[in-house]
Write a protein that binds this ligand. Structure first.
Ligand code: PGA
Length: 253
């Protein structure tokens, strides 16, 4: 299976000129990698312009968030149908930075369904704020998954990707980067939860790791944690470092 590497640009960069330059630089490398599917999730205002410089299917666009309806009186929101009409293929749902702004598991569950209905592949983020010695965090992840996937049938699973992102390992104020063992344990636990919900159909759901991924640790997460790809924040804005990740993952046997 191709590895899935997703760049979450968050609210960067500050100009379309810079966004185009970064996207072009990434695309140049990504287009040559047969074993990697690259997805860049820019701020949605940039999607229309970046779409024009896409060529082929190895480097495509995703969104960072969606609303639960396709049209309506929802000031400031962007709908799944709008993104899909612009040629967006993926959407991140339930990112911890959105959860911190008040998104509940229930709202996330509605967004997951809305994304699927619009034909998008939903990258569902789950992860604990902190770890405890009794493994309660694994129960919390299971609960996040179970609620978020409430409206998702077996046949919808081909549009689901789960990203394990421990909140304590995300961003420049992260306590520490997770170890490959941390990510392996969580990914095994996520697979168990998915198997409980969907039986063998669950094996087709790709699992990603995200949180302080960089060019040094990327390969280890993929090989030792046995995840199907990575969700990369800060480093996805650094064209040199991000394309190094793409090349390293693309060269894995
Ligand atoms: P980071 O962010 O790679 O900058 O830690 C990851 C994310 O928020 O998806």
């Amino acid at each position: 299976m191709k590895k899935l590497i997703i760049g979450n640009w968050k609210m960067y960069p500050a100009s379309i000129k810079d966004a185009k330059a970064k996207f072009s630089g990434i695309k140049k490398v990504a287009s040559g990698l047969r074993n990697v599917q690259t997805v860049i999730c820019p701020p949605s205002v940039y999607v229309g312009d970046l779409k024009k410089i896409i060529s082929g299917h190895r480097c495509v666009l995703g969104a960072q968030n969606i609303w639960i309806e396709n049209e309506g009186a929802y000031t400031g929101e962007v709908s799944p149908a709008m993104l899909s009409s612009l040629g967006v293929h993926y959407v991140i749902v339930g990112h911890s930075e959105r959860r911190a702004m008040g998104e509940t598991d229930e709202l996330i569950s509605k967004k997951v369904v809305a994304g699927i209905k619009a034909g998008l592949t939903v990258v569902l983020c789950v992860g604990e704020k902190e770890r405890d010695l009794d493994g309660e965090y694994l129960k919390l992840i299971a609960e996040q998954l179970t609620i978020a996937l409430r409206g998702v049938s077996k046949k919808d699973l081909k549009q689901i990707v789960v990203a394990y992102e421990p909140v304590w390992a995300i961003g420049k104020y992260a306590l520490r980067a997770a170890t490959a063992e941390d990510a392996l344990e969580a990914s095994i636990s996520i697979k168990k939860t998915l198997a409980g919900l969907y039986a063998t159909a669950a094996t087709e759901v790709p699992i990603l790791y995200g949180g302080s991924v960089d060019a040094k640790n990327a390969e280890e997460f993929v090989t030792k944690s046995r995840v199907d790809g990575l969700l990369v924040g800060r480093t996805s804005l650094d064209v040199v470092a991000f394309t190094e990740i793409l090349k390293k993952i693309g060269n894995l046997k």
